[in-house]
Design a protein around this ligand. Structure first.
Ligand SMILES: C[S@@+](CC[C@H](N)C(=O)[O-])C[C@H]1O[C@@H](n2cnc3c(N)ncnc32)[C@H](O)[C@@H]1O
Length: 455
């Protein structure tokens, strides 16, 4: 396993994934190396996310059995169908993620309370639609993407590729298609999400995986949930040259200057770090003269407008970091179009091919910490950061307001208490309280079904 390095110190790992310098042995999920700088914490974090998904499924199952059965026969039938499908899906997730060694599912409240690390865009099931597009819905989308990327790579990839890396590979279809299209010797497919890595690994080795689809807008009631089987497309060969690794794209466990081609598909706008961090990482991984292929959306979500780059800025930044742009341009492509759904996305994607002239020596190897030390160790003081300070204040106000709910006080009574406590004048408090309690009421209804008395 000489090719893989320790994500902490960059020294080579041995066959057992041990770093003799750091004295750390990294785990595997099934066949897949799990190479995070703090592997135990990262494993625990993913286990929690799986448990969160399980708890959400249990909640959905409960909501399919309302105390008062719905009036419509068709709705009753659909809820029964969904109930069975949610149970099946919980079983599927447990089976696929068995290598995570899931513990007992704890109360949903605990996970909701701990949601700071369980951001919805990194949930275990966030990319379920991508999984189904890759390995079930058929070839329409996948064929268009590979045809386009094959065309843009033609002028720069003349012979077969020795080593390719796909960062943020999802369930791996593009990595698999490119690997075969470019006749690669070895391809590493890296993603942070163990569900996606485990599915990609199983399917590209010829296994079949049961995975229920819940279309966003089902075409009819029967299609509200569909039992699917993920598998290689008909007539396509399994691919032992494609290897999956579960790790952070910003701390990839590979030797510097070791890839001929690095691909970042639909990744740049979902990362927590700035784009220049990813660009520097890609540069450090490419051999001198190696190619970087970026493809996908440019829908940056962050709050900092300076970080929400347009395609021109993206290309300018690449050049500033010494990449040579070979080609760049837009193409409209279908995206996540389930045959069972009314919801059909079309995206104007941006594709950029750039060459890294090397050498890499002037680039610092970026070392983002997965978690700060006070979160990793049990005995470090938790710092009172400005962000925490603000959260503490709002949490106190929230809990004070909630403590005023005693089954007797009205909004007017509660506003009077807030005025007595010098928090707000009563007339303003009344408006603020109504808004706050409306949100709380809606959340409580969502959380507990229809258990709150609307009287
Ligand atoms: C929009 S999806 C695209 C997936 C796949 N490339 C595709 O085209 O279907 C973004 C992917 O990036 C992965 N991802 C997000 N942050 C990551 C990180 N820091 N390291 C590795 N993968 C990451 C997600 O798990 C997800 O699979």
């Amino acid at each position: 396993m000489v090719f893989l390095v320790c994500p902490e110190c960059d020294k080579p790992l041995d066959e057992a994934l041990t770093c003799n310098a750091c004295k750390v042995s990294y785990p595997r999920l099934g066949r897949i190396p799990f190479l995070y700088t703090e592997p135990d914490t990262a494993l625990l974090d993913w286990r929690n996310r799986l448990n969160m998904a399980m708890a959400n499924l249990e909640e959905q199952i409960r909501l399919t059995q309302p105390k008062q059965p719905p009036d419509l026969v068709s709705t009753r039938k659909r809820l029964q169908h969904l109930q069975a499908a949610y149970q099946d899906h919980a079983h599927e997730l447990r089976t696929i993620l068995e290598p995570l060694q899931v513990g007992q599912v704890r109360a949903r409240e605990t996970y909701l309370a701990l949601k700071t690390r369980l951001s919805s865009h990194h949930g275990i099931s966030t990319y379920s639609q991508n999984i189904l597009r890759d390995w079930h819905w058929g070839d329409v989308e996948n064929t268009q993407v590979i045809a386009h990327l094959g065309d843009v790579l033609k002028p720069v990839i003349k012979t077969s590729v020795k080593r390719m890396l796909v960062l943020g590979c999802g369930a791996g279809r593009l990595a698999y298609d490119l690997h075969q299209h470019l006749n690669c010797e070895t391809t590493w497919a890296l993603d942070t999400n163990p569900l996606l890595c485990l599915i990609g690994d199983a399917v590209t080795r010829g296994e079949k995986v049961a995975f229920t689809e819940f279309p966003i807008a089902p075409l009819n009631s029967e299609l509200a949930a569909i039992s699917r089987v993920l598998s290689l497309p008909q007539g396509r060969e399994k691919e032992p040259g494609l290897k999956f690794v579960c790790a952070d794209a910003l701390r990839p466990p590979f030797r510097v200057s070791s890839f001929d081609l690095v691909v970042t598909p639909w990744l740049v706008d979902v990362l927590d770090a700035g784009v220049n961090t990813l660009m520097e990482t890609v540069a450090s991984l490419l051999k001198p003269g190696g190619i970087w292929l970026n493809h996908g959306s440019m829908a940056f979500q962050g709050t900092d407008p300076g970080q929400r780059l347009t395609s021109e800025e993206f290309s300018e930044l690449s050049q500033q970091l010494k990449f040579e742009i070979v080609s760049c341009g837009d193409i409209e492509l279908p995206y996540l179009q389930s045959p069972a759904s009314r919801n059909r996305r079309v995206e104007m994607t941006y594709t950029q091919v750039a060459r890294w002239p090397g050498p890499v020596s002037q680039l610092p190897r970026i070392k983002p910490q997965n978690f700060p030390q006070w979160l990793v160790a049990d005995n470090h003081p938790v710092p009172l950061e400005p962000g925490f300070q603000q959260q503490i204040t709002t949490t106190r106000i929230h809990s004070f307001i909630m403590s005023l709910i005693d089954g007797r006080r009205s909004i007017k009574d509660m506003a009077a208490v807030m005025e007595q406590q010098k928090l707000m004048p009563a007339d303003q408090a009344q408006i603020a309280l109504r808004q706050f309690l409306t949100t709380m009421y809606e959340e409580a209804v969502r959380f507990s079904g229809n258990n709150i008395d609307p009287q």
